[in-house]
Design a protein around this ligand. Structure first.
Ligand code: 2U9
Length: 349
């Protein structure tokens, strides 16, 4: 093989390699290209072996040409590798790109539970009338839950049937009244005592559409000189108007509670029919919303307020009952199930 023929082969080989490289489009075929043209068994190496057939003075010249071609292909390869790596990185980056046009996850604003709403609304009404708000323990003593409220040891309300006892002396409070007694003892001898106590209470009741063994009571108490039943009625009327509208009126019916004397049950004009008579008020036009009365003189005396000088009134209601009337809820259990489909109906202002 003479020099000219070998050089022609080398040129062809280089052109071929360059053309081939132009169509390489990924790193895998780029490696194959390198093995084919620059590897130990490549055609370039094959031509190097044929160098021995040249005249001794031509060998270095051809060796130089061979090296030039090797270096040129090496440089082409390098450039192509950079291009491919950059393209692959760009592809990876654009695949990873965050699509900021995607809509975000919707966040649901929270809302107060209907019972909390009723408590807050009633607290506002009584704060406006100068009451303080108090809360206290749900585990109470027999003394404060019963004895101090004129419910002596043999009173039927203390029956195991009605009360969750923890020990002989400790129980789950059956009303928020013990906190009223504690407040009176703490305030004595100051007057007036004007306190509102909202809180959970517990009774051994069968749960049904209108009863729950645990519910929320709101009780009010006023003690001062010259407190009369008309003060009670005036405050309850204010309360009824604030919660159920300016046209509301209240009606008092005689009743009995061990801790008040006299006692009265309080009715509201039916929120459903406005007093005409309907299924909700059993055709009476009135709906019972709370119990009340003048604080029993024995209860005043036990708490430290001399009943020959001081008098007071008290009232108690179930927050659930108020919520049911206000929002037209027909089953008390819905208030405890935390079903979002139910609760989302109370997200308004
Ligand atoms: C003291 C003195 C008297 C609070 C009162 C009622 C009448 C009453 C019920 C309404 C529905 C309980 O939630 S309910 O089941 N309450 O009828 N509560 S008078 O009398 C008191 C409280 C404290 C020191």
């Amino acid at each position: 093989m003479d020099f000219t023929a070998l050089k022609a082969q080398l040129d062809t080989l280089r052109d071929h390699a360059v053309t081939k490289l132009a169509s390489v489009s990924d790193t895998k075929s780029l490696n194959e290209w390198r093995v084919a043209y620059l590897g130990k068994k490549s055609e370039v190496s094959g031509l190097a072996k044929q160098m021995g057939g040249l005249a001794p003075e031509e060998r270095p010249k051809f060796g130089q040409l061979l090296n030039d071609v090797r270096q040129a292909l090496e440089a082409e390869w390098e450039e192509k590798r950079n291009i491919l790596e950059r393209a692959e990185q760009n592809a990876r980056l654009s695949a990873e790109t965050i699509d900021i046009t995607l809509p975000g996850r919707e966040t649901q604003p929270g809302a107060y539970h209907p019972i909390s709403r009723v408590i807050r609304e009633i607290e506002d009404v009584f704060l406006g009338m100068g009451f303080m708000i108090a809360d206290g323990p749900e585990v109470e003593t027999d003394l404060y839950n019963f004895e101090m409220l004129n419910l002596p040891k043999d009173h039927p309300a203390r029956d195991m049937q009605d009360t969750f006892y923890i020990t002989d002396e400790l129980l789950m409070r059956t009303h928020t009244s013990p906190m009223q007694v504690r407040t009176m003892q703490r305030m004595h001898p100051q007057v007036p005592v004007k306190v509102l106590v909202p809180g959970r209470v517990y009774r051994r009741d069968e749960d049904d559409a209108t009863h729950s063994h645990a519910f929320t009571q709101i009780e009010g108490l006023v003690v001062d000189k010259n407190i009369r039943m008309s003060d009670l009625k005036g405050i309850l009327e204010q309360f009824a108007k604030a919660l159920f509208g300016e046209n509301q009126r209240v009606r008092l019916r005689p009743s009995f509670f061990p801790f008040t004397e006299p006692s009265a049950e309080v009715d509201l004009v039916c929120v459903h029919c406005g007093g005409d008579g309907c299924r909700v008020c059993k055709e009476t036009g009135w709906i019972e919303i709370l119990g009340s009365g003048m604080v029993h003189p024995r209860v005043l005396d036990m708490a430290g307020y001399d009943s020959s000088i001081y008098s007071g009134f008290a009232f108690g209601m179930g927050a659930e009952r108020i919520a049911m009337l206000k929002y037209g809820i027909t089953d008390i259990r819905q208030l405890y199930q935390n079903d979002l489909r139910f609760l989302r109906q109370f997200t308004g202002a």
